[in-house]
Design a binder for this molecule. Structure first.
Ligand SMILES: Cc1ncc(COP(=O)(O)O)c(C=O)c1O
Length: 412
């Protein structure tokens, strides 16, 4: 079924409040929050912003709202409540996870990370490797920034203790085949290294079924998936047994305490997670799925339509950019194997100048290295000027796309 833009856009209050004809194309930096999430935040802050889980009705309801946020998100993802850790961001969650693995990683071990990743999924492992005298091994990219299984095959070894990589690149938009990578690791490494995946760039386009991926951890950020500012991290039972909990020792195993959350994030933000689930469910219902068995089924149905809508717009943009000989697109040149997230440079023009020219036409994009510093370096690009990035979300319409293409046609 085709996406109903009128309905979708009515779910995002930010869209109604934008000045003039504004098109936002930095959604990989953070998406607009849905009304369902905003309503819970507002309700929590106005009526339940007190220490939750007490004897009085107001305290009890605050606790129930938080529990509902966690339960609904777990059901939406098709995992157990205890499998999820909530932190202030993915960078923080991965840092906590690296701290939790200081007993697991020992001198002489090898940790594989990729050049394609955001620094959030490199720096913490580099620090862990140096702390434990382990070796950090880089899975290199090709000249176009892509990762290949042949390269991974060469660097997997009996000493490989863990591998951490991105589900898709926040720069080139290429999607890595997580199942194929997990299978290769399983075939080559009888010692069963931990497999950790950064899904921050991928999740906004199409939240995956995490338990189908055969991995030990999957991270994404709710402020990029239509909600409040949190990092969400799934961890497997195996990882939970191997890693050292980062919460207070007396909370280990206590209901609703996350093992790798050292701080305890904003209560209202936790409660508001139920709003993201409610949005996926309402989306699925509106687009024809009235009898979803659970939130997981509704989310899968909704994500498929969202991803298809983005891909249609992306196809048109790629077709247009292909007519511009002065433009270099990084990553795949077609919609196959890529998410709706495009980076490019223009011969003879800085990325900054393109960003400014689009800004002057009320089109919000960004330029630079987007914290994928090592990838921009590997692509041989200027680290400050980097690339221009256009990242879509499903609430962008063909009208937005046409505005973008018309603006680029003038500027390029
Ligand atoms: C691919 C990727 N990984 C990790 C992060 C870090 O996420 P957070 O801002 O939640 O720390 C980002 C942020 O943009 C990202 O794009």
């Amino acid at each position: 079924m085709a996406i109903d833009y009128e309905w979708v856009r009515a779910q995002f209050p930010m869209l109604a409040n934008l000045k003039d004809d504004f098109t936002f194309l930095d959604n990989a930096g953070g998406t607009f929050p849905c009304v369902q999430s905003n309503q819970i935040s507002e309700k929590f802050y106005n009526q339940y912003k007190l220490q939750p889980f007490g004897i009085t009705e107001t305290q009890a309801e605050a606790g129930r709202l938080m529990d509902a946020g966690k339960a609904d998100m777990a059901e939406t993802l098709g995992v157990q409540i205890a499998d999820l850790t909530y932190g202030p961001s993915t960078t923080q969650n991965l840092t906590n996870l690296a701290n939790a693995l200081t007993d697991y990683i020992v001198a002489g071990d090898e940790i594989i990370v990729t050049i394609q990743d955001h620094e959030a999924n490199i720096g913490c492992w580099e620090r862990l490797a140096s702390l434990k005298q382990a070796k950090l091994v880089f899975w290199q990219v090709d000249a176009g920034g892509e990762l290949h299984l042949d390269e991974l095959k060469k660097i997997l070894s009996p000493k490989t203790k863990m591998l951490s990589f991105t589900h898709s690149s926040n720069i080139i938009g290429s999607v890595n085949d997580v199942n194929a990578i997990a299978k290769l690791v399983a075939d080559k490494c009888p010692q069963k290294p931990l497999i950790i995946v950064d899904g921050v760039s991928y999740a906004p386009h199409n939240l995956p079924n995490i338990t189908d991926l055969n991995i030990d951890a999957y991270c994404f950020s709710s402020y990029k998936t239509f909600g409040t500012h949190l990092g969400i991290m799934y961890t497997s039972n195996r990882l939970a047994k191997i890693a050292r909990p980062q919460c207070h020792f007396f909370n280990v195993g206590v209901k609703n305490y996350s093992l790798f959350d050292a701080a305890g994030p904003d209560h209202a933000a936790i409660a508001s997670l139920a709003g993201i689930s409610a949005y996926y469910k309402a989306f699925a219902q509106h687009h024809g799925l009235n009898d979803a068995a659970n939130l997981n089924e509704a989310r899968i149905f909704a994500c498929k339509i969202m991803a298809e809508a983005e891909t249609k717009l992306l196809y048109k943009l790629l077709e247009f950019l292909a007519t511009k000989p002065n433009v270099t697109i990084y990553g795949k040149k077609t919609t196959m194997g890529r998410e709706a997230n495009i980076s490019f440079t223009v011969d003879g023009k800085s990325s900054k100048s393109i960003y400014e020219a689009l800004g002057a036409k009320n089109i919000g994009v960004k330029y630079g290295h987007f914290y994928a510093y090592r990838l921009i370096e590997a692509l041989g690009l200027d680290l400050e000027d980097g690339v221009v990035r256009l990242s879509y979300a499903h609430y962008l319409t063909p009208h937005d796309n046409d505005r973008l293409i018309a603006a680029l046609d003038e500027i390029l």
